[in-house]
Ligand binder design. Sequence first.
Ligand SMILES: [Zn+2]
Length: 163
Amino acid sequence: MEVIVKRSKRRKKTIQARMVQGRMEVLAPMHISDAVLQDHISRLKARMAEHEFPRSDEHLQARANLMNQKYFQGALTWNSICYSSRQEHRRGSCSFYAKTIRISDRLAKYPQWVEDYVIVHELAHLLEPNHGQEFKALVMQYPLAERAIGFLMATEALDRRPS
Ligand SMILES: [Zn+2]
């Protein structure tokens, strides 16, 4: 997770963290030492990771509803969205006619903003079965699409590396 530290003279004691576009922004007092700050950040990260996992099919449904409202004017309908352990190299799949979406369970260990991108991608297939220009325009409505594609390419390359 990318972490951005912002120190402020006005801030006296408290350290605060918030998620901004998939990055953790840490607001800290000017005088706090790097060691104390790093210790704090690692605890914050652990707490956030706990918060994000485990993810369930209900969680997928909730994210899909949110993405539908945000990027498709709530116009999409589907019959089901669930995790699948049988996607192999695919991140997800969408059956255009059955209106069923499967998301690879590998995605559950990635940051939420990356999983959201894959959900937007599969939702867009409800309108456009192929990957043409109109499909791309739909997916690019998600502001972190390019970042998510980069994250996935890098992470999947590492996953495939023989150990
Ligand atoms: Zn696709």
